[in-house]
Design a binder for this molecule. Structure first.
Ligand SMILES: Nc1ncnc2c1ncn2[C@@H]1O[C@H](COP(=O)(O)OP(=O)(O)OP(=O)(O)O)[C@@H](O)[C@H]1O
Ligand SMILES: [Mg+2]
Length: 264
């Protein structure tokens, strides 16, 4: 239920989840305001997708609370169906139908009438340059094309919160540029809230008002973590350096390069 007193779009408190013996999310607190674009970062396996799935209502966490525009996502995930748009890590589309049919179907599921669903489908297909293949079965699409369809499905019902797990994976550069522009406008002009994960720091810098980094189950504000690991504060290459330090990339590279003999 939407509460009149709630101003934040996403409010997560003490979110904890483990898979087997492995503690993945260890008491995460996060508050994101309407109109913010929040970047959730961290090395592979840090728990970004787990956190997005929990916030989306697809994964019931072991403990903690998640409120999305005032709705309790742990107890009533289905109530937010029409207010959130989700891109998950694995694309998961009905591949026997075309993009055109799939998007109209998703529009209907969210309560759009026939002509509105068709109009919005056409606009999204045009934005994403999918028109040429839009009447062919999705099964024959490339990875990037499937991802575009999944992004279109997240946007068709004009949701207030977008939860995007690596949304730009496999998508061509001009489309990413248009999508970044769209997301920025939705956030600044319509106060749409965007939470997204990415490993590409360039998009993160371009899009986000604020970033958090998951590391060892805890969520750190980017600036806090920079101080903790002694990375240069507020500098542009800071984020790259920080992620490198977390994953310990440099020593591993040295080990592998040492396998090769010096060549002249
Ligand atoms: N369904 C599951 N069952 C068991 N373990 C899981 C499951 N889903 C995720 N994990 C584990 O939880 C940890 C976090 O996974 P998650 O997919 O959230 O990481 P991530 O930060 O999204 O990584 P990436 O950057 O590679 O996408 C990993 O160790 C993963 O193996
Ligand atoms: Mg992931």
């Amino acid at each position: 239920m939407t509460s009149a007193v709630t101003t934040s779009a996403v409010k997560v408190a003490k979110l904890t989840h483990q898979f087997g013996e492995r503690l993945i999310l260890d008491g995460i607190d996060l508050e994101i305001q309407r109109g913010e674009v929040y970047g959730l970062l961290g090395p592979n396996g840090a728990g970004k997708s787990t956190a997005i799935r929990a916030i989306s209502g697809f994964l019931r966490p072991d403990s903690g609370s998640i409120s999305l525009l005032g709705n309790d996502m742990v107890r009533y995930p289905a109530r937010s169906r029409d207010t959130i748009g989700i891109v998950s890590e694995d694309v998961g589309l009905f591949e026997a139908v075309s993009a055109n049919e799939f998007l109209c179907f998703v529009g209907h599921m969210h309560g759009l009438n026939g002509s509105e669903a068709r109009n919005r489908t056409n606009s999204l297909l045009e934005l994403l340059e999918l028109e040429a293949s839009s009447r062919e079965p999705i099964a024959g699409y490339s990875l990037g094309m499937k991802r575009k369809v999944s992004l279109a499905a997240a946007l068709i019902h004009a949701p207030h919160v977008l939860l995007l797990d690596e949304p730009f994976n496999g998508i061509d550069a001009p489309t990413i540029r248009r999508l970044c522009e769209l997301l920025q406008q939705l956030a600044s002009e319509r106060r749409i809230t965007v939470v997204f994960t990415s490993h590409v720091t360039d998009y993160v810098r371009r899009l986000c008002n604020r970033t958090g980094i998951l590391h060892n189950g805890r969520l750190y504000d980017e600036q806090e973590l920079m101080l903790e690991v002694g990375a240069p504060h507020g500098t542009e290459p800071g984020l790259e350096l920080l992620l490198e330090r977390l994953s310990g990339a440099a020593p591993k590279i040295t080990t592998i390069t040492s396998w090769y003999q010096q060549r002249s």
